[in-house]
Design a protein around this ligand. Structure first.
Ligand code: C2E
Ligand code: CA
Ligand code: CA
Length: 353
């Protein structure tokens, strides 16, 4: 079927058990090593089985389900086989539907951005917002990115979606700047995934969007996660340098979860470290979390970077972060990600924390 994928069609089977016996026999063959140029090579095989009593109308569907079961066997990590069943069928169908819907979502204008306030801890004012993607699914309603971001990436849709959200965030920021000239600085942070960094000329896109929307580069922050950065540090560094030359600030997201090395941290043109929520949320309850947050803030400051803490959920979190000299905070304690109108009311109110 593919370089490392094979299909066996067993006909005239009396029972599924017979197919399982064939699968067992194949597995046993793999237990003996293959000799290649005098060296012993060990291979394992993951297998998926399906049976024509599932009511198939075409060979493709049979292969599709066998493949689904095979992937299940593969992700379970053990060698062996998995038999396709009704539950898997339903999951596969749901996934196919989500894929089909997702392919049309951009065209149907179903994506939205919500904005979560970022508060300057010294003054307590809103200093910016982070744009967070939502999918207004026609049946399931407002859907969060954890449901669809991975699939969108697999389908190669992230570049287009990323471009849309970037343009939309810039457009909205221009509107807020015009409506609330007294709220300055007001920045917008946009999440950019590694895929987008790899696929497209991000710097050119960013520049074009700035020109088209009239947003000042200094009002823009680009967030990339620490783990994305570490997957391809050379390429990301290159793009970050281009972004820096446009005078746009960058932010290393989910910091503390991605194993970045100190040498990269030192070299990267990064303005902000964003401490991951998993540490911030445990502040006050857990001494280790306090120690980690403290060290990240000291490290960032020593390297001339600023710190944003995300996942601020209680007044106690806020008090601790303030006492540690953390510059910015973001989290449910201040506000959840909000639709445009609610951000506008918040900005109009001049609310402080
Ligand atoms: P992230 O960038 O780390 O965004 C923060 C997530 O934490 C958001 O989830 C937000 O709703 C949630 N959050 C904020 N404050 C709190 C809090 O106090 N407590 C708790 N428990 N959660 C809080 P969301 O919106 O579901 O986004 C999930 C992830 O999806 C984001 O994580 C980001 O990596 C990704 N994402 C969102 N929008 C975009 C986008 O436009 N492009 C790309 N490439 N990725 C995006
Ligand atoms: Ca983020
Ligand atoms: Ca984060």
């Amino acid at each position: 079927m593919e370089g490392d994928e094979f299909a066996f069609l067993l006909d005239n089977l009396k029972a599924v058990g017979n197919a399982m016996r064939v699968a067992d026999r194949l597995q046993q063959e793999f237990a003996t090593p293959f000799t290649v140029e005098g060296r012993e090579i060990f291979l394992t095989a993951s297998m998926g089985l399906t049976c024509c009593n599932m009511g198939y109308e075409s060979g493709e569907h049979l292969l599709r389900d066998a493949t689904t079961a095979m992937h299940q066997a593969k992700t379970s990590g053990r060698t062996g086989f998995v038999i396709f069943d009704k539950v898997m069928h339903e999951q596969a169908m749901a996934r196919l539907k989500l894929e089909a819907d997702l392919r049309q979502a951009l065209e149907r204008q179903e994506f939205r951005l919500q904005y979560q306030p970022i508060v300057a801890l010294k003054s307590g004012h809103v200093a910016g917002v982070e744009a967070l993607l939502r999918w207004e699914h026609p049946e399931y309603g407002l859907t969060r990115p954890d449901v669809f971001l991975e699939i969108a990436t697999e389908l190669g849709l992230m570049t287009k979606i990323g471009e849309w959200s970037f343009r939309e965030a810039c457009r909205q920021l221009t509107a807020w700047h015009a409506e609330f000239p007294q709220v300055r600085p007001l920045t917008v942070s946009v999440n950019v995934s590694l895929r987008h960094f790899a696929d497209a000329d991000v710097a050119a896109l960013v520049n074009d969007t700035l020109v088209a929307t009239g947003v000042d580069a200094s009002s823009l922050k680009i967030e990339i996660t620490e783990s994305d950065m570490m997957q391809n540090p050379e390429a990301v560094t290159e793009v970050l340098k281009q972004i820096e030359s446009l005078r746009i600030q960058t932010c290393l997201d989910d910091f503390g979860t991605g194993y970045s090395s100190l040498s990269y941290l030192h070299q990267l043109p990064i303005t902000f470290l964003k401490i991951d929520q998993s540490f911030v949320r445990r502040l006050g309850a857990d001494d280790d979390a306090l120690a980690i947050v403290k060290i990240i803030i000291v490290l960032a400051h020593q390297l001339g970077r600023q710190v944003i803490a995300e996942g601020v959920e209680t007044a106690e979190h806020l008090t601790i972060l303030r006492s540690l000299g953390c510059e910015y905070g973001q989290g449910y304690f201040f506000a959840k990600p909000l639709p445009v109108a609610e951000v506008s009311s918040l900005l109009a109110s001049g609310r402080r924390w």
